[in-house]
Design a protein around this ligand. Structure first.
Ligand SMILES: Nc1nc2c(ncn2[C@@H]2O[C@H](COP(=O)(O)OP(=O)(O)O)[C@@H](O)[C@H]2O)c(=O)[nH]1
Ligand SMILES: [Mg+2]
Length: 453
């Protein structure tokens, strides 16, 4: 990596601020530092310095920090300049550093270099972006755990167990006289089961981590006037949606990001669903509502329990709801006497979970929140989770499938085919931490970072 060019970017967000940090990384850093600061600062000491432009007029005064290679975030020589946080000053400083031989960094390029120089693996690099984007404290803590390598260690431990199993199987294939007995041996079966169990446990944790990282999307649906917008406002804690007794008040989708027990949740209030309408705007609203429902992680189907204690509005809509999206029936308006019947009638077998609330008074809202978080598999049991992405979950699931196939091949005493599946499983685990990656994947991951990270 020694021949790379040198990159520069502002690491702090644009606009006015107390300070702004400009970061430079690459082989030209010692020369650039010497030219800009007059001398190369002592490594890792905050050095007060003055920065001049080509005409020797002062750009800014600030602190310089020099990290010689390889002891830096990127593994290259790095210079960090902390100057005054104003766009004009920062632009002039970056301009000067470009004149001195650096080029402007692409999004995520510092993290990409840290990855390419083996300072962090791919899952750790992704955790940096997930930490910056975290939608709750709990999501941030999970990202920090992944950044410190907890997720990668679990994946690597599974991979190590898998590799030793592979060695075992492939050695047996080389001795065909003994192969058949060996492939049927209890020891081999137990070792494979051990790898499968490890993988299942990482996968379960990664699935939870992915929910925490991405957040839950919850669509609020139901007939007009059921109280959807009132529920949205209640959960959000302020008036997001307009509430009136007039059916058809909500026309478009309304989105609001909230946090329930540390889980980031995006709430979507939708237009009420009913059979026919001659209003083109309402029809489009319903179309958007159905699209949002189809994409949601969970649907809260709100029912005016005073007007519809048997939940007939849900029965009518049920067939149109997409399969696989969990639905909870929210029996609303429990403050009205007529609604009470709904909460005492037991739900029919196989019917979705029902929960009685009053969006108007707030009754039952904590239980609803707890139910949502629990249905996403998130317990309140405290720390332990690490962040993960859909990409990781997919790779781990593919690895699990290959292990299932390997097991089937072993039962058929097909040593070569079993070995092939084990190799494929190992490859999938490698993709999580970035041992096997394509340029396209790297471009996709780092391109979604911010510039200067
Ligand atoms: N008594 C009572 N009225 C409610 C409750 N929730 C909503 N409402 C009323 O029902 C009407 C329709 O509410 P809204 O939230 O606009 O329903 P949406 O069409 O489903 O969005 C409004 O007059 C609300 O004040 C509730 O829990 N109890
Ligand atoms: Mg509404």
């Amino acid at each position: 990596m020694a021949n790379r060019d040198t990159i520069v970017a502002v690491a702090t967000p644009p606009g006015r601020g107390g300070i702004a940090v400009v970061r430079v990384s690459g082989p030209a850093v010692p020369d650039i530092a010497a030219a800009l600061l007059g001398t190369l600062p002592a490594p890792r000491y905050a050095t007060f310095s003055r920065w001049h432009d080509a005409a020797d007029s002062l750009i800014d005064i600030g602190l310089a920090l020099y990290f010689p290679a390889p002891h830096s975030f990127t593994g290259e020589a790095v210079l960090e300049l902390q100057g005054h946080g104003g766009d004009v000053v920062v632009a002039a400083l970056v301009e000067r550093i470009v004149e001195l031989g650096a080029r402007r960094a692409r999004a995520g390029e510092f993290s990409e270099r840290a990855f390419l120089n083996d300072r962090i693996d791919l899952a750790q690099a992704e955790a940096i972006a997930d930490l910056i984007d975290a939608g709750s404290r709990r999501a941030a803590q999970a990202a920090l755990r992944s950044l410190q390598g907890e997720f990668s260690q679990r994946v690597n431990a599974t991979r190590a167990a898998l590799i030793s199993l592979r060695v075992y199987v492939e050695a047996a294939i080389d001795f065909p006289e003994e192969e058949i007995d060996f492939l049927a041996s209890a020891e081999l079966r137990e070792r494979l089961e051990d790898v499968q169990q490890r993988l299942a446990s990482v996968l379960a944790a990664a699935e939870q981590g992915a929910v925490l990282t991405r957040g839950l999307t919850v669509a609020i649906a139901g007939r007009p006037n059921a109280g959807k917008s009132t529920l949205m406002n209640r959960l959000a804690g302020h008036d997001v949606a307009i509430v009136t007794p007039v059916a058809g008040t909500t026309r478009d989708l309304l989105r609001e990001r909230i946090e329930i027990h540390g889980v980031p949740v995006e709430l979507i209030d939708t237009a009420g669903l009913r059979d026919a309408t001659s209003d083109a705007i309402e029809a489009e609203g319903m179309r958007r509502a159905r699209a949002a429902i189809a994409r949601a992680d969970h649907v809260l189907f709100v029912i005016d329990a005073a007007a519809d204690p048997q939940g007939e509005s849900f029965a009518a809509e049920r067939g149109a709801l997409p399969e696989g999206v969990p639905v909870t029936l929210v029996m609303n308006k429990s403050d009205l006497a007529a609604a009470c019947a709904a909460s005492v009638t037991p739900p029919a077998a196989g019917a979705p979970l029902r929960i009685a609330i009053s969006a108007a008074t707030g009754d039952g809202i904590p239980a609803l929140g707890a139910m949502l978080v629990a249905s996403a598999g998130q317990s309140d049991a405290g720390p332990g989770a690490f962040s993960a992405r859909a990409r990781h979950v997919d790779a781990l699931r593919r690895a699990a499938r290959h292990l299932d196939l390997a097991r089937a091949q072993l039962q058929l005493k097909q040593g070569e085919l079993a070995a092939f599946e084990l190799r494929a499983a190992q490859q999938q685990l490698g993709e999580v931490v970035g041992d096997v990656t394509s340029d396209e994947l790297l471009g996709h991951i780092f391109g979604s970072f911010c510039i200067g990270k």
